[in-house]
Design a protein around this ligand. Structure first.
Ligand code: ASP
Ligand code: CP
Length: 358
């Protein structure tokens, strides 16, 4: 098995993402990740296993006895939530997932409150956290930082797993897991996810959830992807290249109504203006045709769903919120269950939970 201790950072960094996967696997975990850094670590087999584990945890947690059993699973482990970018859902759902499994947690929610503010390097900060905790869940504005930190920790005296909770404009793999879990659950009694059409709409250029989910969808058969955005915010070339290379059926469009009519899921996203090079740049883009409101709702199929990673601004009208096809609230809660599944699997507890008597 490939090991991060046997490859230099420079050699590892230069590998294509798929070739990095074996270095990040859980020993003896049958393809489950140890460090979770990007969507390319997941294939259909481990996605289905994680969805099954999330369903199992969800079910077990319904009874008091089951919840107490789960609370004992990782009561000997501690997690550090290291978030140097704002977050509500990803922070809280990881926290709740840790609590379900009995883990205790610590957190930094703003680098200005850690000794990084005094000039400590990321490497030293991470080493510090690993002295007290058994896992680091990290969000950072820096692309690739979680990868570098995973390599550093695996080459330290206290190797512990890293979960990437959002890295720059690049990837948000655990969001993509909850998105897949939501899609799988939404279509499980309606013929499954294979053969479906998923539309992404909004800021596709800078939305990291789009890159991660677009990749995960390639694990399913004949899932067509439609990218609807103003030209300036269209899906980036690296995503298009992956889809083209894998022979995925996709389309680039500026017509949300047309796309809605033929979609099984419409995945709306927010304009990511925190990345504007000059303040207010995004507000010069006409986004009026890239919002989901009553007219789009009327065009949406009866079994189709509306998704959003959240937070939302005005790209989905609140008049859609009580429609049974609005999946974004359930999608958010699904994040807690799939993250609990990922954390349990990372520590090697997949089969004991799957086979427990609850
Ligand atoms: N919460 C998601 C992210 O952190 C989406 C967003 O912020 O628009 O990428
Ligand atoms: N979806 C998501 O990542 O939300 P937060 O930014 O609130 O964590």
């Amino acid at each position: 098995m490939a090991k991060l201790t046997e490859i230099s950072w420079e050699a590892f960094e230069s590998l294509p993402l798929e070739e990095k996967k074996p270095y990040l696997e859980l020993p003896g975990g049958d393809g489950m990740p140890y460090h979770t850094l990007f969507a390319q670590q997941f294939d259909r087999a481990n996605l289905e296993r994680l969805c099954a584990l999330a369903n199992r945890i969800r079910f077990i947690n319904k009874s008091k006895e089951g919840a107490l059993y789960l609370k004992n699973v990782l009561s000997h482990k501690r997690a550090m939530l290291y978030f140097s970018q704002p977050s509500s859902r990803t922070f809280l759902s990881h926290l709740a997932a840790c609590q379900i499994l009995g883990m205790t947690t610590g957190s930094v929610r703003d680098a200005a409150t850690s000794s990084e503010f005094k000039g400590e390097s990321h490497e030293d900060s991470i080493r510090t956290f690993s002295s007290y905790f058994d896992m680091i869940i990290m969000r950072s504005p820096e692309r690739g930082l979680a990868e570098k930190m995973a390599w550093e920790l695996s080459n330290s005296e206290r190797p512990i797993p890293i979960l990437n909770a959002g890295s720059g404009k690049d990837q948000h793999p655990t969001q993509a897991l909850l998105d897949i879990y939501t899609l799988v659950r939404s279509f499980e009694n309606k013929g499954g996810l294979d053969g479906r059409t998923v539309t992404f709409c909004g800021d596709l250029m800078r939305g990291r959830t789009v890159r991660s989910l677009s990749y995960l969808l390639t694990n399913f058969k004949n899932v067509r992807q439609i990218f609807v955005a103003p030209q300036e915010l269209q899906v980036p070339a690296d995503v298009v290249m992956i889809l083209a290379k894998k022979g995925i059926d996709f389309e680039v469009s500026d017509n949300l109504k047309e796309a809605t009519r033929v979609s099984d899921a419409v995945y709306m996203t927010r304009i990511q203006d925190e990345w504007d090079s000059a303040k207010g740049d995004s507000s010069k883009i006409d986004t009026s045709n890239f919002k989901f409101g009553p007219e789009e709702l009327a065009l949406l199929g009866p079994d189709a769903i509306i998704m959003h990673p959240l937070p939302r601004r005005d790209e989905i009208s609140t008049c859609c919120d009580h429609d049974p096809r609005a999946m974004y609230w359930r999608q958010m809660r699904n994040g807690m269950w799939i993250r609990a599944a990922l954390i349990a699997a990372t520590f090697g507890f997949e089969s004991s939970i799957m086979n427990c008597g609850y």
